[in-house]
Design a protein around this ligand. Structure first.
Ligand SMILES: [Zn+2]
Length: 408
């Protein structure tokens, strides 16, 4: 299969890291089956425009969750961002604000509190015809096309400012998706777009970052160029710090014609190549270390039945070492991880056997709370580490030969 860049359409794409065929990381299944569908998971970079992206990937239909989910995105910077938006030249309390998805609601609420009352949000059912109640961002990105956007703009009116938090990275056809966003905005209007910054995960060599739902991976070095292909010019780009990853926010203005800076960023290209080249050695060392630590025990526990735990287990080929995933969300208990059949149990199960290690597969800010709630596990000798390299408790630090690449 010939891959074309999701952004610029160029065929000069290098495959840098191939995880082979992988099950859907965010999926839990009700039966203990190891035969869940698997899809290629391949990370690469476009040598023309510099966008890091998945080459082949699972179709969006395979990503629809089996239950309604709300993905929580970082919020600690939203007061600041709302303040920044109100100061954009040309915007006033009379301006029309629009939002792409439920992920924009909390930012829109902040603008509303500042008396910016004129707003609308895309309704997946009535605006896009999405019928499945479990459909999430993976489906929304597919249905938002230049054509559907024209209809939505005719219905609600083009916006002076469109909010689009944490959806661009999910877009299958990046350029067409940005064009669709452009259709929703008046000429000289603004797009406020937010994506995760993958720089720190590339530097820290964290391979749980690669997720079938994220088709594109942005760094500060490539993000400023992304919207230029579709008639926007960057006004401001801010990187807001986060514990697991930073958030990149670009405010861009829709212009009649934009300059396109196509040169791939050397920094991003070399960061990705070091990250990709280090994978196999880290995978082997990690497996060796955990095998040794778990000898004679009842196995490894992961904490948090989400895509980060699944990616950590699947990408590093650790399923045989894992006893179960602890998660206190009642609906997840009794289910199994797709592809490996690892069961999800309540965290009480950590007290029912010899489980010397528990690795967090969730964002580091939640760790202290989980530890406080599981003091009995620690008293009986259990140790918590994290599967995520950005955590202070990262298991990576215990592997010989592990060194981050230029940590910031
Ligand atoms: Zn490209």
């Amino acid at each position: 299969m010939i891959n074309k860049c999701r952004l610029c359409g160029d065929a000069d794409i290098s495959l840098t890291l191939n995880f082979g065929h992988q099950p859907i990381a965010s999926q839990l299944i009700t039966k203990n089956e190891k035969s869940s569908p698997k899809f290629p998971l391949q990370l690469g970079i476009c040598n023309h425009c510099g966008l890091i992206q998945l080459l082949e990937a699972a179709p969006y239909e395979a990503l629809v969750p089996s239950m309604p989910l709300i993905y929580k995105e970082p919020e600690q910077h939203l007061d600041d961002l709302a303040e920044q938006i109100t100061k954009i030249p040309g915007l006033s309390v009379n301006s029309v604000f629009a939002a792409v998805s439920y992920k924009d609601t909390t930012l829109m609420d902040r603008l509303h509190a500042k008396n910016f009352l004129n707003n609308w949000q895309i309704n997946p059912k009535s605006d896009l015809g999405v019928a499945n109640n479990n459909a999430n961002i993976e489906t929304l990105q597919h249905y938002i096309t230049p054509e559907t956007s024209c209809h939505i703009a005719a219905k609600h009116g083009q916006a002076d400012c469109l909010l689009a938090r944490h959806i661009l990275e999910h877009a299958d056809k990046t350029q067409s998706f940005i064009k669709a966003l452009s259709e929703l905005i008046k000429m000289d209007g603004y797009l406020v777009i937010e994506v995760p910054d993958c720089t720190s995960n590339l530097q820290l060599k964290d391979y749980t970052m690669v997720w079938e739902e994220h088709r594109s991976y942005f760094t500060e070095n490539n993000f400023h160029k992304i919207l230029q292909h579709s008639g926007f010019e960057p006004v401001t780009i801010t990187s807001y710090p986060g514990i697991y990853e930073n958030s990149l926010v670009q405010i861009a203005r829709k212009v009649p014609s934009s300059k396109i800076d196509t040169a791939a960023s050397i920094d991003t290209t070399s960061l990705l190549s070091v990250y990709s080249a280090a994978f196999t050695a880290i995978k082997i060392k990690l497996k060796e270390y955990l095998t040794e630590q778990l000898a004679g025990s009842d196995g490894l526990v992961l904490y948090g039945a989400g895509h980060l735990s699944a990616a950590f287990i699947n990408h590093h080929d650790l399923a045989n070492l894992v006893a179960f995933i602890a998660d206190d969300t009642a609906e997840k208990q009794g289910q199994f991880l797709a592809g490996s059949g690892i069961p999800v149990r309540s965290s009480d199960a950590m007290m029912t056997g010899n489980y010397p290690l528990c690795l967090f597969g969730l964002s580091p800010e939640i760790e202290d709370k989980v530890i406080a709630n599981n003091q009995d596990y620690i008293s009986q000798g259990g140790q918590f580490y994290s599967a995520l390299a950005s955590s202070n408790r990262a298991i990576h630090k215990r592997i010989s030969g592990y060194t981050p690449n230029n940590p910031s």
